[in-house]
Ligand binder design. Structure first.
Ligand code: NAD
Ligand code: TDX
Length: 321
């Protein structure tokens, strides 16, 4: 099988590129990435020389280039990670999120359709469902109610993906995952940002009252879930992915500081994020029951491994590239 992976130089995409090349020794991967601030080819050093891996430096908004790549490579499936992915950046500057996440996705769908690509997997997020109160879970039937410009752009792209299934009968599949953590994440999201700042002796910002809740999943477990969707899901399907691992931000930061054996006085409450979603929690029953997937990482081990990875990076080179 030959896969076109977009955003393969980013956090989750780079784990998935390496995962596929390792788990499927006959598969080929073509990685299309624009190398924005979040893309880092060093994430792919271990596979860069593989004759089963090709990197194409391209923007998913560039239709001519996409058509050329799809024509030349004749891929069987697209796994679409490329996106602007950070909520705070979407609040400061929403336009880019519409360009990449909405227009870029539609561009890619159209190119894939015209080149007869078999399967199109769209990597989405639980944020498209909006915010939960203290109880309840997002299921695949929860209505879309995105709150941030990032979430709105992802929900819009989900709807375009759905329309390509309904209108053209294209084999599209959507995954909606909870918050990922693990090595190689750009240090702007809560976990990598806190580890980096703690290790550098800088204040670690905690938004608002610190009681917002997220459901954390190790990036490796996200990769195995996408693998299951790629090989076993039906056209038009939607799968939620999560680990039943809810933490409020204050407790999570305290846990990180405990593992680091550092004083929590470095955690500093700051002004809340605008429109800050209170709680995300995923009901992953469907992917467990229908595709036999389940997460494998313990949060304790995954967090320690992630902290070690960042500590090692900081020792060897300055971050904030
Ligand atoms: P990331 O920001 O680490 O990486 C995004 C990648 O996409 C980068 O390599 C970047 O260079 C590339 N890219 C951005 N714009 C592009 C464009 N116009 N053309 C081509 N490439 C472009 O993101 P991530 O955290 O790895 O997230 C990957 C996907 O998973 C996104 O679609 C995101 O919405 C989704 N997701 C992320 C999380 C999470 O917790 N990080 C959770 C659920 C879903
Ligand atoms: O410095 C911080 N302090 C803080 O308290 C940052 C960066 C975040 N936070 C809070 C905001 C959220 O409640 O931590 C929580 C997690 O924030 P982010 O890491 O920015 O993630 P979130 O907004 O939950 O979105 C993430 O999960 C879903 C990813 O960024 C998205 O790409 C994904 O779709």
């Amino acid at each position: 099988m030959k896969l076109l992976i977009t955003g393969g130089a980013g956090f989750i995409g780079s784990h998935f590129v390496r995962y596929i090349l390792k788990e499927y020794p006959t598969y080929h991967v073509v990685n299309v990435d624009a190398l924005t601030y979040a893309g880092n080819l060093a994430n792919l050093n271990s596979v860069a020389d593989s004759d089963r891996y090709t990197f194409v430096h391209a923007d998913i908004c560039d239709r001519t280039k996409l058509d050329q790549v799809l024509f030349e490579t004749g891929v069987d499936a697209v796994v679409h990670f490329a996106a602007e992915s950070h909520v705070d950046r979407s609040i400061a500057s929403p336009g880019k999120f519409v360009e990449t996440n909405v227009l870029g996705t539609q561009n890619l769908l159209e190119s894939a359709r015209l080149h007869g690509v078999g399967t199109f997997i769209h990597i989405s997020t639980d944020e498209v469902y909006g915010s939960l109160g203290a109880t309840g879970y997002f299921t695949e039937d929860t209505p879309l109610a995105p709150n941030s410009p990032y979430a709105a752009s992802k929900a819009s792209s989900d709807l375009f993906v759905r329309s390509y299934f309904e209108t053209y009968g294209m084999d599209t599949r959507i995954t909606r995952c909870s918050n990922n953590y693990g090595p190689n994440q750009y240090p702007e999201k809560l976990i990598p940002l806190s580890i980096e700042r703690a290790l550098r002796g800088l204040p670690v910002p905690l938004y608002g009252d610190g009681q917002n809740v997220r459901d954390w999943l190790h990036v490796y477990d996200h990769c195995t879930a996408i693998d299951a969707v790629l090989h076993h899901a039906k056209p038009g399907s939607v799968y939620n992915i999560g680990a039943n691992n809810e933490w409020n931000n204050e407790d999570l930061l305290k846990k990180i500081f405990t593992i680091l054996d550092m004083p929590t006085s470095q955690i500093v409450p700051v002004r809340d994020r605008l429109g800050h979603d209170r709680r995300y929690a995923i009901d992953a029953t469907s992917i467990k029951k229908n595709l036999g997937w389940s997460p494998t990482y313990s949060f304790e081990d995954g967090l320690k491994e992630t902290i070690d990875w960042f500590a090692n990076q900081i020792q060897n080179q300055p971050l904030g590239r």
